[in-house]
Ligand binder design. Structure first.
Ligand SMILES: Cc1cc2nc3c(=O)[nH]c(=O)nc-3n(C[C@H](O)[C@H](O)[C@H](O)COP(=O)(O)OP(=O)(O)OC[C@H]3O[C@@H](n4cnc5c(N)ncnc54)[C@H](O)[C@@H]3O)c2cc1C
Length: 430
């Protein structure tokens, strides 16, 4: 694999949703853009339930029509099931916002990521798969390009590539975008990651065929179900062709405790502890092995520097309970692209310019993090809270939709925070 040139305006490392979005928009603005993805083939990944606000980035990318007529099933809402098996009323997005943007999709990530990568290519991005970046190359404090692995072979997950000692070609660029997801090439290099100790989680997940699914208004819902012990929760994400993605999330220390069993055994134990999930799985068959993902949440202490910027999971990650990751990947990709385009046009690729979007973006993501903390605090019964405060169906749905980048987005917490304190005092558990 050899890039066509030794020099670009922008190099994007990583071909997930954040990288494809950034690259597509920068190339569409007329800048020479190279995207390097280490995986030779698209692969199965978590992150299959989208938030409706992704609509606006899809519109900007010019892919809405293709998505509407594509292979993905429509997601119309979210539902929560408490540890006692009680179902919350569904949060149906179109009841909140009847416009077309009130619906979204459940996506098989291998297909979805390739779809966005193809779109980037159609916008003029030079895309290479099987292209592993070893390191971002610096002159002084300024990023000036990337060093590619000589053989282009994919590295195992989590490897800090530059530590391998391999030498490869340097490709130069005015801006380097780190969209390497949880690998976080620059985050590792500069020790930028700040793990959130409240969320040291792991997930065991797989695809099943024939699991019960409820079709509402021509679409399906993401369902989040707590186990009886309340030690873990399941996601249930119906996909196309009668396949459902099912995963269980808990503290990594609990799943992988000594004597806890293999991932298959842990999964079975947790299903047995969740009658509502066991019912959904009756008669279903697993169609591939189970995967394990650690999903420690983290922020980064710095988001950009001269000639470089972080996007998507590389920038930060919040627990997946509300399915926010792909939305944050797309949104940060779009905001970073706008800053890059402006910077390239004005000859200013300083860290301040490339990261000028971050403060507002981070503020919006706070509301999802706070709601995730509420989910895990032990007292949050979504249905009970909404029955007591029906006026918060709207603000809560706004967060579940991803409509969080506006000044009022956090008003739910004016009542939720004291309510959780009250539940704690009353000994109520979720
Ligand atoms: C258990 C779990 C469940 C989740 N569920 C959901 C959900 O339901 N909905 C949702 O929206 N989000 C969910 N997420 C989050 C979601 O998966 C991520 O937020 C999203 O994939 C981030 O996109 P990204 O483009 O930043 O990174 P990624 O999708 O991880 O893409 C990064 C890419 O960079 C490539 N790369 C890495 N290193 C290199 C290198 N050195 N050189 C070249 N390429 C490299 C990788 O191969 C990869 O393709 C979940 C996450 C977890 C852990």
């Amino acid at each position: 694999m050899k890039p066509k040139s030794q020099e670009y305006d922008c190099i994007v490392i990583g071909g997930g949703p954040s990288g494809s979005t950034t690259a597509a928009l920068v190339a569409a603005a007329g800048f020479r853009t190279l995207l390097l993805e280490r995986d030779i083939e698209p692969r199965r990944k978590v992150g299959e339930s989208l938030m409706p606000e992704t609509y606006w980035v899809f519109e900007r990318l010019g892919v809405l029509n293709a998505l509407k007529h594509g292979p993905f099933v429509q997601k119309v809402g979210v539902q929560f099931v408490s540890s006692s098996g009680r179902e919350s009323a569904p949060f149906l997005f179109t009841q909140h916002d009847p416009r077309e943007c009130g619906r979204t999709w459940h996506v098989e990530r291998a297909k979805f990521d390739q779809f966005l990568l193809d779109n980037a290519e159609s916008k003029g991005v030079e895309v290479h798969r099987g292209a592993r970046v070893l390191e971002v190359v610096f002159e002084g404090d300024r990023a000036i390009g990337v060093r590619l692995a000589p053989d282009g072979a994919p590295a195992p997950d989590g490897e800090v590539a530059s530590a391998t000692g391999e030498r490869g070609d340097v490709i130069r660029a005015r801006v380097v975008v780190d969209a390497t997801g949880q690998t976080g090439l620059l985050g590792a290099r500069f020790k930028l990651r700040q793990p959130n100790p409240k969320f040291r989680k792991a997930a065991i997940w797989g695809h099943f065929r024939g699991s019960r699914r409820d079709v509402i208004d021509g679409g399906v819902m993401t369902v989040c179900l707590r186990t009886l012990s309340n030690r873990s929760w399941f996601w249930h994400i119906p996909l196309s062709n009668d396949v459902v993605s099912i995963g269980v999330v808990s503290d990594a220390d609990y799943f992988f405790r000594p004597g806890g069993g293999t991932p298959d055994e842990v999964f079975a134990t947790e299903v047995a502890d969740c009658p509502a999930m066991a019912q959904r799985l009756e008669g279903a068959e697993r169609i591939a092995g189970l995967d394990v993902v650690k999903e420690y949440s983290y922020a980064t202490s710095r988001s950009s520097g001269d000639g470089w910027v972080l996007v998507g999971d590389s920038w930060g990650f919040i627990d997946p309970i509300y399915s926010s990751g792909v939305w944050f990947a797309l949104k940060s990709g779009q905001l970073a692209a706008d800053a890059i385009i402006e910077g390239l046009r004005n000859g200013d690729t300083s860290g301040a310019q490339l990261g000028k979007w971050v403060a507002d973006f981070a503020r919006g993501t706070t509301w999802v993090r706070k709601l995730a903390e509420a989910w895990y605090c032990g007292q949050f019964r979504v249905g009970k809270f909404i029955r007591e405060y029906p006026q918060h169906v709207g603000p809560m749905t706004d967060i579940l939709i991803g409509r969080i980048f506006h000044p009022d987005a956090g008003r739910l917490f004016d009542d939720l925070d004291p309510w959780l304190e009250r539940m704690k005092a009353e000994g109520v558990t979720s």
